[in-house]
Design a protein around this ligand. Structure first.
Ligand SMILES: [Cu+2]
Length: 305
């Protein structure tokens, strides 16, 4: 039973390909849980099937069987085993969360004096004040993760029903996200209307995106490719269509994409370039793009930085 559960737990192929630095850690935890779950499944189903056969009613037996009631040692054992498993899993998952930089939510900002504990509730409410944007939430914000390399910053705006990406360095705005391989990416995310969630299944990361405050995701893509970006928080009637793509590119391809889009945005002479706000009104100009990503062009126009 142990050998079967070990083999299945490590060789199940239930997860999509792993394309980020964090994915290995998450998969390790998942495989560990899968191993335990497989063993438990075999044990429980094994006892069940064995009992069905072994204790089957015999012909001409009209009794109710022996009147068994309670078994203290057995109950202690079957309470203790799951308790130990739950403790091990919680410590292990805490450790993985820590490795992904998910701990220390105050690390990215200056907590300031308002975070001092005064022993009553009002001091905690201050932390939720929308003006206190210095308090970051999210994965990868802990200072010891992905350190050393200057991360690529991308602003993410979630709206019903699209993701809008803004690159502060170049001013590029896009409905899809392009990032270079092996460089940490820092997403600074917020929502324009309701709560959304930014999910990259191949990267094993997911983070709520909340109106009025900023959340972060820091990760390092390590496989060139095209990956789905999915909204993972029911956000309205077309939530299911709130999808786009993340492209992990070579440094050269990424620079080329930035250059093409920067050129397009600065070139006022061409009619066909992307996201050019001149000479038409923003809403009129953005209409074809709005249709592409499934939002109203007025909404898209309002998102212009
Ligand atoms: Cu959404």
């Amino acid at each position: 039973m142990t050998l079967i559960s070990l083999w299945y737990g490590q060789n199940h192929g239930l997860l999509p390909i792993a394309a980020s630095s964090d994915a290995g850690d998450v998969d390790e935890l998942f495989n560990f849980m899968m191993t335990i779950a497989t063993g438990l499944f075999l044990l429980v189903e094994g006892v069940l099937v064995y009992s069905l056969i072994k204790f089957r009613r015999k012909k001409d037996d009209t009794t109710d069987g022996p009147p068994i009631e309670g078994n203290v040692p057995l109950e202690i054992v079957w309470t203790a085993i799951p308790t130990v498993i739950v403790f091990i899993l919680s410590i292990y998952s805490f450790e993985i969360y820590n490795r992904m930089g998910g701990l220390d939510p105050m690390a990215a900002g200056d907590p300031g004096p308002q975070m001092a504990h005064h022993g009553h509730h009002s001091s905690q409410l201050v932390a939720l004040d929308p003006n206190q944007q210095n308090i970051a939430l999210g994965l990868g914000i802990s200072p010891d993760s992905d350190q050393g390399i200057n991360p690529l910053e991308v602003k993410v705006n979630g709206i019903q029903y699209a993701w809008i990406f803004t690159y502060p360095e170049s001013g590029v705005i896009s409905g899809e996200i392009h990032v270079p391989i092996n460089r940490p990416v820092a997403l600074n995310m917020t929502a324009g209307d309701v709560i959304h969630a930014f999910w990259l299944p191949e990267f094993r990361i997911k983070q709520d995106v909340i109106p009025g405050r900023e959340t972060k995701l820091v990760f390092t893509p390590n496989k060139i490719g095209e990956y789905p970006v999915v909204c993972a928080e029911l956000c309205g009637a077309y939530h299911g269509g709130m999808k786009t793509k993340l492209f992990v590119q070579s440094e050269a391809d990424y620079q080329q994409w930035i250059q093409d889009n920067t050129f397009a945005m600065n070139d006022n002479s061409s009619e066909s370039v992307a996201m050019n706000p001149e000479p038409d009104s923003d809403a009129k100009f953005l209409a074809p793009y709005a249709e592409d990503i499934g939002v109203d062009s007025d909404i898209l126009a309002q998102l212009k930085p």
